[in-house]
Design a protein around this ligand. Structure first.
Ligand SMILES: [Zn+2]
Length: 129
């Protein structure tokens, strides 16, 4: 268990566990709490911290909107995958995972375009990188 901070002061509790995480995922975000499998790669923590930023900056509305809107789910996941890509994971793997695991109805190349578009937006956006 450890503490991280997003936007410098907003706390996020990171718990390493195999419990409560959906089988197909290595991590799970509950806003100010992140569950990560003990074997999860470091770049995945950056992905999950991005979701914590999204939760805080939407004043905790993100969770509901995420489940209701494919458009916003893609936007927020693309941002998180762009951060994960910049932290060192493979763009090809991330694009395939994004296309196949979020009920978005998009191809791998569309997922890759979304990640690349989000990566371009990070420089002027809310990212801390
Ligand atoms: Zn995600």
């Amino acid at each position: 268990m450890s503490w991280r901070f997003v936007y410098r002061v907003l706390p996020v509790l990171v718990i390493r566990t195999d419990r409560l995480i959906p089988a197909r995922f290595q991590g799970y975000n509950l806003g100010p709490v992140i569950l990560l499998r003990p074997t999860a790669r470091a770049a995945l923590l950056e992905h999950e911290l991005t979701h914590s930023r999204q939760v805080y900056r939407t004043l905790f509305l993100m969770g509901a909107i995420y489940y209701l809107s494919k458009r916003w789910r893609l936007r927020w996941e693309a941002e998180a995958y762009a951060v994960q890509w910049k932290a060192g994971d493979s763009l090809a793997n991330l694009s395939t995972f994004l296309a196949n695991n979020y009920h978005l109805g998009i191809s791998v190349s569309e997922a890759q375009r979304a990640i690349l578009g989000a990566a371009l937006g990070l420089a002027g956006g809310f990212g801390e990188a």
